[in-house]
Write a protein that binds this ligand. Structure first.
Ligand SMILES: Nc1ncnc2c1ncn2[C@@H]1O[C@H](COP(=O)(O)OP(=O)(O)O)[C@@H](O)[C@H]1O
Ligand SMILES: [Mg+2]
Length: 216
């Protein structure tokens, strides 16, 4: 579904990513882990079209998407959830979700799908809540559901557990399981591998821009 081939990123002659190669199959959840500064965010941002690669290619569903605009990446069926969630603060949970599907649905249908999805993911009680009154975990869930509702088949989640306490992390983990059950593919980064051991089917280690090891 996704193929990253010989990807290189250089800033001021420093190699942030050195010949990265990997593939993600449909429905697969992979974890990219490694210490801070290893290049995880840079890798996801390049796939999402938010940064340019210096060389190499990204293919998604048979089409080359290397260095295309972030909007065209979303159009191709791939969505990136920001490490720091950025919903529209003045809008409700429901409105924020609805906006995500307005790219392909009429307003009324968008609100219906947003509500159905929130209920399905156990956050129906948050629908009327203003986005600036959500807990950190609820905010993360909103951000991830917004990405999902763009119609994405592959989600790029950058450190979704960062800064969450045990309760919020558990809440988020449950929602990731639901997404996985729906066959949504995900690339999830983390500086800790453990937190994803039940969700990810495959682990890739990134260390100083080198894709280090791969296994279960
Ligand atoms: N635009 C940039 N210019 C210079 N250095 C950068 C830039 N983006 C990231 N870096 C550096 O690249 C390395 C990898 O960063 P990052 O991808 O954020 O790693 P991670 O997400 O694994 O913590 C870090 O040393 C960071 O300081
Ligand atoms: Mg990062």
């Amino acid at each position: 579904m996704l193929r990253v081939k010989d990807l290189v990123k250089r800033v001021d002659n420093v190699l942030l990513l050195r010949n990265i190669n990997f593939e993600v199959e449909k429905g697969e959840v992979i974890c990219i882990y490694g210490p801070n500064g290893s290049g995880k965010s840079t890798l996801l941002r390049i796939i999402a079209g938010l940064e340019r690669a210096d060389s190499g290619n990204v293919f998604f569903r048979g089409r080359e998407i290397t260095n295309i605009s972030p909007w065209d990446v979303v159009e191709s069926g791939l969505a990136y959830a920001f490490q720091i969630p950025r919903p529209f603060r003045s809008m409700t949970f429901h409105e924020n979700l609805a906006v995500a599907c307005m790219r392909y649905l009429e307003v009324e249908e968008a609100f219906d799908l947003a509500e159905k999805t929130a209920v399905e993911f156990g956050v129906g009680h948050l629908l009327k809540r203003s986005s600036d009154r959500l807990s950190q975990g609820e905010m993360k869930i909103l951000e991830i559901l917004r990405s999902y509702l763009t119609g994405a088949e592959l989600l790029l989640l950058d450190e979704p557990f960062a800064g969450l306490d045990v309760e919020n992390a558990g809440m988020l983990r449950e929602r990731l399981h639901i997404l996985k059950g729906k066959g949504v593919s995900m690339i999830i980064t983390s500086h800790r591998k453990r937190i994803l051991h039940e969700i990810a089917g495959r682990f890739i280690e990134l260390k100083e821009g080198v894709l280090y090891a791969e296994g279960r």
